[in-house]
Ligand binder design. Structure first.
Ligand SMILES: NC(=O)NCCC[C@H](N)C(=O)O
Length: 411
């Protein structure tokens, strides 16, 4: 296991400047605890074949490595972060307190099971995978809840969306938004972020500033947060991010960082466009990839400081190109449309994350190979593509940007 004991600064002031270090999670046994009964609640549309999903994910990591990006795995970092016995027990207690189990015999048995692991890495993987009732042989309870749930074979749900490391925490500048998530299943993922940033020696030494907190009361997810430049953030008002959270994070970044403006993109509340990065990603200094369906009703609000410790709001009425040109001080912004101008192709390729590109550098992206029309349009615009397979990965509804959390980009 690779140990990262040296200081690990966070530096993300751009969506596109050269990517140097990224956090991924290799899909694990959490996918094997997906069943039709829990799919919708756990935010999946299908059950991926684990071995194939891992092979696709390994190929994604290889492309990153081959392009000089250091790949760190969340599960390894968390295992290192909770290496100390007291921290490990605190982690297990916190994980259990949000697992849906009432304190009692099940709780005690699961805790004992986890504490018995000699290998903390394996223990972390187990917390991600969840527990079946058969694994923890506790007698069938007789509470109303036990009776209602008697046909459900899991004692503790898995966290299948963990391989979308973009969402539970998000790097901004030199700090992090540790998010409060829209759904209970994904909010459990933020526990890993909490222990990582509070306890991993490589981060702890530099005391990571937090611009959002997992105990907030309004939700925000990393897929909605775009670091457009060193001065401007873009944040989606979406199914997963509440407008109130954007005001809170804006106040925090204005106070503690160089950021001066947040553009809030209202994209509607919709499963198929759950986050801003499923419909809009930055791909070059002056080029953006957009799903045309949102252009009809997109509203953009600019949030800035009012100079008296408060914030000023302005609804922007110009074209999206113009709004971006003004905010990012660009001459001429080009929008490339996912699927081009055929609404059937656009809808299908957006569903398969055609608009969710990860920039390795300005004008150089990782994309899924399956979005043929969008990829051709990108290449025609002079964008360099690294195409990866994602037939299994895409079943969780996320693409290369969703599956990666940059820690360090060149300035
Ligand atoms: N940034 C993203 O769009 N992430 C994809 C998240 C997919 C996950 N199954 C979810 O519904 O939250």
């Amino acid at each position: 296991m690779m140990l990262q004991r040296q200081e690990m600064p966070i530096q993300v002031f751009s969506e596109i400047s050269r990517l140097k270090r990224v956090i991924l999670h290799r899909p694990g046994k959490e996918l094997e605890n997906l069943i039709p009964m829990n799919l919708e609640r756990l935010l999946f549309d299908d059950i991926p074949y684990l071995e194939a999903a891992q092979a696709e994910h390994d190929a994604f990591a290889r492309v990153l490595n081959e392009n000089d990006v250091e790949v760190l795995y969340l599960e390894q970092l968390v295992a290192q972060a909770i290496d100390d016995a007291q921290v490990k027990e605190a982690f297990i207690d916190e994980w259990l307190s949000e697992s849906g189990l009432e304190p009692g015999s099940h709780y005690a048995k699961v805790k004992e099971y986890l504490m018995a692991y000699e290998d903390t890495f394996e223990m972390v993987l187990k917390t991600m995978a969840g527990f079946t009732k058969a694994e923890i042989k506790v007698p069938h309870g007789n509470t109303l809840l036990d009776n209602i749930n008697k046909d459900y074979p899991l004692l503790i749900d898995p966290m299948p969306s963990l391989y979308f490391t973009r969402d539970p925490f998000a790097t901004i500048g030199n700090g992090v938004a540790l998010n409060y998530m829209y759904s209970e299943t994904r909010n459990r993922e933020t526990i890993y972020g909490k222990y990582l940033f509070e306890h991993h020696p490589a981060f702890n030494n530099q005391k990571v500033p937090l611009y959002y907190f997992r105990n907030e009361s309004t939700y925000i997810e990393g897929g909605d947060i775009l670091v457009l430049s060193k001065d401007v953030l873009g944040i989606g008002i979406s199914q997963r991010t509440d407008a109130r959270s954007i005001e809170k994070i804006a106040r925090n970044v204005f106070k503690d960082t160089s950021y001066q403006q947040v553009l809030a993109f209202m994209i509607g509340s919709n499963r198929k466009f759950m986050h801003l990065d499923t419909v809009f990603t930055m791909i070059d200094h002056d080029k953006f990839l957009i799903h045309p369906e949102i252009e009809d009703y997109l509203k953009v609000f600019a949030i800035t400081e009012d100079g008296r410790g408060g914030i000023r709001l302005e609804e922007k009425m110009e074209s999206l190109e113009h709004i971006l040109e003004e905010a990012l001080k660009l001459e001429n912004v080009q929008l490339i449309r996912c699927g081009g101008d055929d609404p059937v192709v656009s809808a299908r390729e957006q569903w398969n994350d055609g608009a969710n590109a990860l920039a390795l550098a300005p004008g150089e992206l990782i994309v899924y190979d399956r979005n043929i029309v969008t990829n051709q349009l990108l290449e025609d615009a002079g964008i360099k593509l690294h195409k990866i397979k994602g037939s299994e990965l895409v079943r969780g509804r996320g693409g290369p940007r969703c599956m990666s959390m940059p820690i360090y980009r060149e300035r």
